[in-house]
Design a protein around this ligand. Structure first.
Ligand SMILES: Nc1ncnc2c1ncn2[C@@H]1O[C@H](COP(=O)(O)OP(=O)(O)OP(=O)(O)O)[C@@H](O)[C@H]1O
Ligand SMILES: [Mg+2]
Length: 236
């Protein structure tokens, strides 16, 4: 299990995280929801070892990840799909996917087999494997970013706003894929502004407001609360 304890993060004078704590148990989808600037990406970047907290801890099975470099965090089994996808636009689809496996020590044969699994999950990527990633549509790039993260064989997949900029139908596809992956055992920490879609696939959800967790609970229960319905689900 991944556990974040009392995390504080500053960017210069800006206190972005005010002591947040959360847990991601194995096999679950945990959603982290909240408005623009709430601190969602900062939380993921801190777990990934990109941002250093001033206080608090990030633990994987009770062992601290603080101080590890980001590639070492990947090697421990935590992969991140950053906000805005960030595929390497000048590289081909295949090259992007292979890069996802860079921190692994497995044989080429094993990596080849995993590539085939990604292509089974995302047939569009196989059709376009020799195409440069920059020429893919937004939805295809999101699939590629997801596929690249999966190529690191993560124990925990962290994904930052997968539905951003996607048409509703494509966003729905991405959520379906995440659900499928989870049903096959993948643990996921999902960040979303689309609270409705996220809560429909998550086991548990946390709601972040200006660097504080203000609400948490089983996703199905949270989605029933008046406060959540009004502020996050647009139900009046
Ligand atoms: N590199 C940075 N330097 C200074 N301030 C930053 C930096 N990155 C984030 N912040 C600030 O920290 C706060 C949290 O930002 P963060 O990106 O974590 O929010 P978010 O919840 O992911 O928002 P969004 O939904 O818009 O992506 C914001 O007030 C933001 O302006
Ligand atoms: Mg963000």
């Amino acid at each position: 299990m991944l556990e974040v304890r009392d995390l504080h993060v500053y960017y210069g004078g800006i206190h972005a995280l005010h002591g947040i704590s959360l847990r991601v148990p194995d096999g679950q989808i945990v959603a982290l929801l909240g408005a623009n600037g709430a601190g969602k990406s900062t939380t993921l970047r801190t777990i990934a070892g990109i941002v250093k907290p001033s206080e608090g801890d990030v633990l994987l099975d009770g062992e601290s990840l603080i101080g590890l470099r980001s590639f070492e965090v990947v090697r421990r089994g935590i992969a991140m799909v950053p906000e805005g996808r960030r595929v390497f636009t000048n590289l081909t689809v295949l090259e992007n996917l292979r890069l996802g496996a860079y921190a692994r020590r497995d044989s080429n044969q094993v990596i080849q087999r995993d590539l085939q699994e990604i292509f089974n999950l995302f047939p569009r990527l196989e059709e376009r494997k020799k195409q440069s990633a920059g020429t893919l549509s937004g939805g295809e790039q999101q699939m590629l970013a997801l596929g690249r993260a999966l190529m690191s064989k993560p124990r925990i997949l962290m994904i930052d706003e997968p539905s951003l900029g996607l048409a509703p139908v494509l966003a729905q596809d991405v959520f379906e894929k995440l659900k499928e992956l989870n049903q096959a055992g993948q643990t996921i920490l999902l960040i979303e502004q689309n609270a409705r879609a996220a809560m429909s696939i998550a086991n548990y959800a946390y709601i972040l407001e200006t660097g504080n967790i203000v609400l948490e609970g089983p996703a199905a229960e949270l989605a029933q609360q008046d406060e959540v319905r009004k502020s996050y689900l647009g139900v009046h």
